[in-house]
Design a protein around this ligand. Structure first.
Ligand code: AMP
Length: 273
């Protein structure tokens, strides 16, 4: 596995991966089994696999969240090596955004609500980075986790709207034993919170069953929020949406998806099913 730091090192290594398909998996590091599942899928679908590790300040709406984002570089590199990644790039901000960089991608449609409404500028930051990575790395495909379901729809929209020649694949959510979606931020949960955090997924499962039994959606969603808040969660949103457009559903349909975000203690959790 080649480890590149600077843009120059990266471009030089990238030029050695020619004549075959290249998959990109963008990450912010602090890697866990969720990331590894995305990498495994990327390797299955492509000849070469490139992983980036970059904590993109542009997508954080809270400075303290950015500053405390976990960094486990040595461990990440070991894990990537073990999983036979071909090239990992750990750029610095100036490798991605040059001194005079002032272009932003702004996406409407699927980016407007939910994460987009709660975390102002978040999707613009994500899209600006991902577009930049696509133009520097020129991958054939790129893989993203379904844990960030809305992000996956936003990226697909951008690729289609801007005719970017990359095929996007989603990879199912990897969960901990108790059902909690794996996340780099889970390490900030106390043991008690960690146990309680699984209630988010259990509540989604419960709501889904009720909806399948034709119960009224608004009532089901309202009950779910009450359950979570009575257990100490601070719910940002809990909704039924069209899986692609991310518009709110009043009536369930085949394309329906339940999405949720809530804070437990100091940790913000997101999940969907
Ligand atoms: P991050 O490092 O949090 O930006 O995540 C990098 C990629 O891994 C994103 O496409 C995430 O959606 C994906 N990912 C993170 N956690 C999980 C998980 N538990 N299951 C599946 N994919 C995940």
């Amino acid at each position: 596995m080649i480890v590149a730091h600077t843009l120059q090192e990266f471009l030089q290594s990238r030029s050695q991966l020619q004549n075959h398909s290249v998959a990109l998996v963008p990450t912010m590091g602090a890697l866990h089994e969720g990331h590894i599942a995305v990498i495994k899928k990327a390797k299955e679908l492509s000849h070469y696999c490139i992983v980036t590790i970059f904590v993109n300040q542009l997508q954080f709406d809270q400075l303290d969240d950015y500053l405390r984002y976990p960094k486990t570089e040595e461990n990440d590199i070991r894990l990537l090596e073990k999983n036979q990644v071909d090239l990992v790039w750990l750029p610095k901000a100036h490798d991605i955004y040059s001194k005079n960089f002032c272009t932003r991608i702004v996406i409407e449609g699927p980016a407007l609500n939910w994460e987009g409404a709660v975390r102002k500028g978040h999707f613009s930051g994500v899209a600006t980075l991902v577009n930049r990575l696509f133009s520097l790395i020129k991958p054939t495909i790129a893989c993203f986790g379904e844990k960030d379901w809305q992000q996956l729809q936003v990226i697909k929209r951008m690729v289609e709207d801007l005719n970017i020649p990359v095929t996007i694949f989603g990879v199912p959510i990897v969960r901990e034993k108790n059902g909690l979606a794996k996340s780099s931020r889970n390490k900030f949960l106390t043991p008690d919170e960690h146990e309680k955090a699984s209630l988010l997924y259990k509540t989604l499962q419960n709501s889904y069953k009720k909806i399948q039994n034709n119960q009224n959606i608004s009532k089901v969603l309202e009950e779910a929020v009450q359950t979570l808040e009575s257990e100490g969660f601070k719910v940002d949103y809990y909704a039924a949406v069209n899986s692609n457009t991310m518009t709110e559903l009043r009536k369930w349909c085949q394309d329906g998806r339940l999405i949720a975000a809530a804070k437990l203690g100091s940790v913000r959790l997101i999940d969907n099913m």
